[in-house]
Design a protein around this ligand. Structure first.
Ligand code: S5P
Length: 259
């Protein structure tokens, strides 16, 4: 069956990964395929957005290392808000080193990412060892991994051969890799989730190479599942209203592809 035509709850049944099942269930129940990229530098702001925008999203993406006032109580509170509002926590750490090193970066250090972020991402560039290093830590906790198969930024080096190798690496670790960061749907397996950044209401770009497409282009035309929105929401005059708008646009685009 064409996975583009399936509801998220139907797709949940095709995956044995508890995180995939939970994410797809949230999406279906809350009728949202919106992820907030909460790229802010103060923990107060981060927690405020999680509380206020939490009801609109299926997933909250952090760059925890850009907080100027991090301490572990912030992620404890974030976890409480994720459970209260039913969204997944995704730390956008973009691991990119050998397996041994990433296992420490994931489990330890100041951030102890594996303890609170059920979802992380990695560049497959170093080879399968990076997945093995992360999986060693994450699998026992029922965490999951997204492989970065394509990027939104202009001039990035990920050609189609790289993307294909990334898909092959995902298949070899289907117990831990739950999907991709990508600009387009990569394969028809309903168990993989395609998440896409570089989204704003209108097409465009920023001053540093970021390129934007609209929610409809990303979801309806290119077959992605989740839109990841940062400044489109955070820089709006009213971020909560903006989040509601993106939620509506993302969901309408998803509905239109079911027809
Ligand atoms: O290809 C990518 C992959 C990612 S994860 N392009 C991206 O922009 N991202 C992330 O998505 C980026 O690190 C940032 O946190 C977010 C986009 O933010 P926006 O403000 O441009 O919407």
């Amino acid at each position: 069956m064409n996975s583009l035509k399936m509801s998220f709850s139907e797709r949940a049944k095709t995956s044995s990964h508890p995180l995939t099942q939970r994410l797809l269930a949230f999406m279906d129940a809350k009728q949202t395929n919106l992820a907030l990229s909460a790229d802010v530098t103060s923990s107060k702001e981060l927690l405020r957005y999680a509380e206020e925008i939490g009801p609109e999203i299926c997933l909250l993406k952090t760059h925890i290392d850009i907080l100027h006032d991090f301490d572990f109580s912030v992620v404890k509170r974030l976890r409480e808000l994720a459970d209260k509002h039913q969204f997944i926590l995704f730390e956008d750490r973009k691991f990119a080193d050998i397996g041994h090193t990433v296992s420490h970066q994931y489990q330890g250090g100041v951030y102890r990412i594996a303890d609170w972020a059920e979802l992380i991402n990695a560049h497959p560039l170093p080879g399968p060892g990076i997945i093995e290093g992360l999986k060693k830590i994450g699998l026992l906790k029922n965490n999951g991994l997204l492989l970065i198969a394509q990027m939104s930024s202009k001039g990035n080096l990920m050609n189609s051969e790289y993307t294909q190798q990334c898909i092959a690496m995902a298949h070899a670790h289907k117990d831990f890799v739950i999907g991709f960061i990508t600009q387009e749907k990569l394969l028809n397996d309903p168990g993989y989730i395609h998440m896409t950044p570089g989204i704003q209401i209108a097409e465009g770009k920023d001053q540093l190479g970021q390129q934007y497409v609209t929610p409809a282009m990303a979801i309806r035309d290119r077959g992605n599942d989740v839109i990841i929105v940062g400044r489109g929401i955070l820089s709006a005059p009213n971020p909560v209203e903006a989040a509601k708008k993106y939620k509506q646009l993302g969901w309408e685009a998803f509905q239109s592809r079911l027809k």
